[in-house]
Design a protein around this ligand. Sequence first.
Ligand code: ADE
Length: 230
Amino acid sequence: MIAIIGAMDGEIAEFLAVLEGKKEEKWTDFTFYVGRIEGRDVIVVKSGVGKVMAALVAQHVIEVYKPDAIIFTGLAGGLNSELEIGDILVAEDCVQHDLNAISLGFQRGEVPYSPYRFLGCDKALLDLALKYKPESGKVKKGRILTGDQFITNRTLKSLQYLYDDLAGDAVEMEGAAVGLVATVNKVPFLLARIISDRADTYAHIDFASFLPKASRISLSLIQHILRGFA
Ligand code: ADE
Protein backbone atom coordinates (compact mmCIF):
# COMPACT_ATOMS: atom_id res chain seq x y z
CA MET A 1 0.00 0.00 0.00
CA ILE A 2 1.27 3.43 -0.99
CA ALA A 3 -0.02 6.54 0.80
CA ILE A 4 -0.55 9.67 -1.29
CA ILE A 5 -1.05 12.86 0.73
CA GLY A 6 -1.81 16.39 -0.45
CA ALA A 7 -2.68 19.47 1.57
CA MET A 8 -5.70 20.79 -0.34
CA ASP A 9 -8.66 19.45 -2.33
CA GLY A 10 -7.17 20.68 -5.62
CA GLU A 11 -3.96 18.81 -4.86
CA ILE A 12 -5.68 15.40 -4.59
CA ALA A 13 -8.79 15.83 -6.82
CA GLU A 14 -7.51 13.93 -9.88
CA PHE A 15 -6.32 11.03 -7.69
CA LEU A 16 -9.83 10.61 -6.33
CA ALA A 17 -11.26 10.76 -9.87
CA VAL A 18 -9.23 7.71 -10.97
CA LEU A 19 -9.30 5.74 -7.71
CA GLU A 20 -10.75 2.28 -8.42
CA GLY A 21 -12.95 0.54 -5.81
CA LYS A 22 -12.96 3.72 -3.73
CA LYS A 23 -13.90 3.30 -0.06
CA GLU A 24 -14.00 6.12 2.50
CA GLU A 25 -12.76 5.82 6.05
CA LYS A 26 -13.02 8.62 8.61
CA TRP A 27 -10.79 9.67 11.46
CA THR A 28 -11.93 12.83 13.26
CA ASP A 29 -12.20 15.50 10.51
CA PHE A 30 -10.15 13.58 7.94
CA THR A 31 -11.36 11.30 5.15
CA PHE A 32 -9.05 8.53 3.95
CA TYR A 33 -9.83 7.19 0.47
CA VAL A 34 -8.73 3.59 0.02
CA GLY A 35 -8.61 1.97 -3.43
CA ARG A 36 -6.33 1.20 -6.38
CA ILE A 37 -4.47 3.28 -8.95
CA GLU A 38 -2.52 1.50 -11.71
CA GLY A 39 -3.47 -1.78 -10.01
CA ARG A 40 -1.64 -0.79 -6.78
CA ASP A 41 -3.30 -0.46 -3.38
CA VAL A 42 -3.24 3.18 -2.38
CA ILE A 43 -4.68 5.47 0.22
CA VAL A 44 -5.31 9.10 -0.70
CA VAL A 45 -5.88 11.79 1.94
CA LYS A 46 -6.08 15.56 2.25
CA SER A 47 -4.06 16.65 5.27
CA GLY A 48 -4.93 20.34 5.36
CA VAL A 49 -2.34 23.09 5.27
CA GLY A 50 0.79 23.47 7.38
CA LYS A 51 3.31 21.33 9.21
CA VAL A 52 1.15 20.24 12.14
CA MET A 53 -1.78 19.05 9.99
CA ALA A 54 0.56 17.21 7.64
CA ALA A 55 2.52 15.56 10.47
CA LEU A 56 -0.49 14.31 12.36
CA VAL A 57 -2.10 12.83 9.24
CA ALA A 58 1.19 11.18 8.25
CA GLN A 59 1.57 9.59 11.69
CA HIS A 60 -2.03 8.34 11.60
CA VAL A 61 -1.55 6.88 8.10
CA ILE A 62 1.60 5.05 9.21
CA GLU A 63 0.00 3.60 12.33
CA VAL A 64 -3.31 2.55 10.78
CA TYR A 65 -2.43 1.66 7.17
CA LYS A 66 1.26 0.66 7.53
CA PRO A 67 2.17 1.96 4.04
CA ASP A 68 5.23 0.71 2.12
CA ALA A 69 5.90 4.32 1.15
CA ILE A 70 4.46 7.81 1.55
CA ILE A 71 4.33 10.27 -1.33
CA PHE A 72 3.46 13.87 -0.50
CA THR A 73 2.48 16.00 -3.48
CA GLY A 74 1.05 19.41 -4.35
CA LEU A 75 2.25 22.88 -5.25
CA ALA A 76 5.38 24.84 -4.36
CA GLY A 77 6.75 28.32 -4.90
CA GLY A 78 9.95 28.37 -6.95
CA LEU A 79 13.12 29.96 -5.54
CA ASN A 80 15.52 28.62 -8.18
CA SER A 81 15.28 30.79 -11.30
CA GLU A 82 15.67 27.70 -13.52
CA LEU A 83 12.27 26.47 -12.35
CA GLU A 84 9.24 27.60 -14.31
CA ILE A 85 5.58 27.41 -13.42
CA GLY A 86 4.35 23.89 -14.27
CA ASP A 87 7.74 22.21 -13.74
CA ILE A 88 8.02 19.25 -11.36
CA LEU A 89 10.48 19.48 -8.49
CA VAL A 90 11.28 16.21 -6.76
CA ALA A 91 13.02 16.62 -3.43
CA GLU A 92 16.41 15.08 -2.95
CA ASP A 93 15.93 16.35 0.57
CA CYS A 94 13.78 18.78 2.52
CA VAL A 95 14.10 20.86 5.69
CA GLN A 96 11.94 23.00 7.99
CA HIS A 97 13.14 26.47 7.02
CA ASP A 98 11.32 28.23 9.86
CA LEU A 99 12.83 26.07 12.61
CA ASN A 100 15.26 28.50 14.19
CA ALA A 101 17.18 27.75 17.39
CA ILE A 102 20.29 29.51 16.10
CA SER A 103 20.69 31.47 19.34
CA LEU A 104 21.10 28.14 21.16
CA GLY A 105 23.92 27.17 18.80
CA PHE A 106 21.91 25.03 16.38
CA GLN A 107 21.84 25.46 12.60
CA ARG A 108 18.81 26.80 10.83
CA GLY A 109 16.36 23.97 10.21
CA GLU A 110 18.03 21.68 12.72
CA VAL A 111 15.64 19.99 15.15
CA PRO A 112 17.43 20.79 18.43
CA TYR A 113 18.96 17.87 20.33
CA SER A 114 18.19 15.45 17.50
CA PRO A 115 19.98 14.10 14.41
CA TYR A 116 17.41 15.72 12.10
CA ARG A 117 17.96 18.65 9.76
CA PHE A 118 18.00 17.79 6.02
CA LEU A 119 15.62 14.89 5.50
CA GLY A 120 16.51 12.75 2.50
CA CYS A 121 13.91 11.20 0.22
CA ASP A 122 13.96 7.52 -0.71
CA LYS A 123 16.58 6.94 -3.42
CA ALA A 124 14.61 4.32 -5.40
CA LEU A 125 11.46 6.48 -5.48
CA LEU A 126 13.51 9.55 -6.39
CA ASP A 127 15.28 7.74 -9.27
CA LEU A 128 11.93 6.49 -10.55
CA ALA A 129 10.44 10.00 -10.42
CA LEU A 130 13.41 11.47 -12.28
CA LYS A 131 12.80 9.06 -15.18
CA TYR A 132 9.33 10.52 -15.73
CA LYS A 133 8.93 12.45 -18.99
CA PRO A 134 6.14 15.05 -18.62
CA GLU A 135 4.03 16.20 -21.58
CA SER A 136 5.29 19.73 -20.95
CA GLY A 137 7.74 21.36 -18.57
CA LYS A 138 10.63 19.56 -16.91
CA VAL A 139 11.39 17.35 -13.93
CA LYS A 140 14.21 18.49 -11.64
CA LYS A 141 15.56 17.32 -8.33
CA GLY A 142 16.43 19.72 -5.58
CA ARG A 143 15.94 20.89 -2.03
CA ILE A 144 12.46 21.77 -0.81
CA LEU A 145 12.06 24.15 2.14
CA THR A 146 9.02 23.81 4.40
CA GLY A 147 7.58 26.42 6.74
CA ASP A 148 4.29 27.65 8.11
CA GLN A 149 4.30 30.71 5.84
CA PHE A 150 3.04 31.36 2.34
CA ILE A 151 6.03 33.25 0.90
CA THR A 152 5.22 36.26 -1.28
CA ASN A 153 8.53 38.09 -1.25
CA ARG A 154 11.51 35.83 -1.61
CA THR A 155 13.82 38.80 -2.29
CA LEU A 156 13.33 40.27 1.21
CA LYS A 157 16.59 40.55 3.12
CA SER A 158 14.95 38.72 6.02
CA LEU A 159 14.35 35.73 3.72
CA GLN A 160 17.85 35.61 2.26
CA TYR A 161 18.52 32.61 4.52
CA LEU A 162 16.34 30.51 2.19
CA TYR A 163 19.19 30.82 -0.30
CA ASP A 164 22.29 31.47 1.80
CA ASP A 165 21.82 29.06 4.72
CA LEU A 166 19.60 26.44 3.10
CA ALA A 167 20.23 26.61 -0.67
CA GLY A 168 16.55 25.95 -1.35
CA ASP A 169 14.99 25.38 -4.76
CA ALA A 170 11.36 25.85 -3.68
CA VAL A 171 9.15 26.60 -0.68
CA GLU A 172 5.98 24.95 0.53
CA MET A 173 4.21 24.30 3.81
CA GLU A 174 4.11 20.55 4.60
CA GLY A 175 6.85 18.42 3.02
CA ALA A 176 9.55 18.37 5.68
CA ALA A 177 6.96 17.73 8.40
CA VAL A 178 5.90 14.54 6.64
CA GLY A 179 9.55 13.84 5.85
CA LEU A 180 10.41 13.96 9.54
CA VAL A 181 7.50 11.68 10.52
CA ALA A 182 8.44 9.22 7.77
CA THR A 183 12.13 9.29 8.74
CA VAL A 184 11.44 8.69 12.44
CA ASN A 185 9.08 5.80 11.53
CA LYS A 186 11.54 4.45 8.90
CA VAL A 187 8.98 4.62 6.09
CA PRO A 188 10.28 5.41 2.56
CA PHE A 189 9.21 8.92 1.60
CA LEU A 190 9.01 10.97 -1.58
CA LEU A 191 8.17 14.67 -1.88
CA ALA A 192 7.15 15.78 -5.38
CA ARG A 193 5.89 19.31 -6.00
CA ILE A 194 4.63 21.24 -9.01
CA ILE A 195 5.84 24.83 -9.27
CA SER A 196 2.77 27.09 -9.11
CA ASP A 197 4.42 30.47 -8.49
CA ARG A 198 7.74 32.16 -7.84
CA ALA A 199 7.22 33.04 -4.17
CA ASP A 200 6.99 36.70 -5.21
CA THR A 201 4.34 39.43 -5.01
CA TYR A 202 2.20 37.59 -7.62
CA ALA A 203 2.46 34.27 -5.76
CA HIS A 204 -1.07 34.27 -4.33
CA ILE A 205 -2.58 35.01 -7.78
CA ASP A 206 -0.44 32.42 -9.59
CA PHE A 207 -1.12 29.85 -6.85
CA ALA A 208 -4.90 30.30 -7.03
CA SER A 209 -5.00 30.09 -10.81
CA PHE A 210 -2.77 26.99 -10.86
CA LEU A 211 -4.56 25.08 -8.08
CA PRO A 212 -7.35 23.61 -10.30
CA LYS A 213 -4.72 21.89 -12.51
CA ALA A 214 -2.40 20.99 -9.63
CA SER A 215 -3.23 17.32 -9.29
CA ARG A 216 -3.39 16.59 -13.04
CA ILE A 217 0.40 16.89 -13.28
CA SER A 218 1.05 15.09 -9.97
CA LEU A 219 -1.27 12.25 -10.99
CA SER A 220 0.59 11.37 -14.17
CA LEU A 221 3.93 11.52 -12.33
CA ILE A 222 2.64 9.28 -9.54
CA GLN A 223 0.98 6.86 -11.99
CA HIS A 224 4.45 6.47 -13.55
CA ILE A 225 5.92 5.81 -10.07
CA LEU A 226 3.20 3.30 -9.17
CA ARG A 227 3.87 1.37 -12.42
CA GLY A 228 7.58 1.12 -11.61
CA PHE A 229 7.58 0.71 -7.80
CA ALA A 230 8.90 -2.75 -6.84
N1 ADE B 1 3.04 26.62 -2.01
C1 ADE B 1 2.94 27.10 -3.26
N2 ADE B 1 3.47 28.31 -3.36
C2 ADE B 1 3.94 28.64 -2.12
C3 ADE B 1 4.57 29.78 -1.58
N3 ADE B 1 4.83 30.83 -2.34
N4 ADE B 1 4.90 29.75 -0.26
C4 ADE B 1 4.62 28.68 0.50
N5 ADE B 1 4.00 27.58 0.04
C5 ADE B 1 3.67 27.55 -1.26
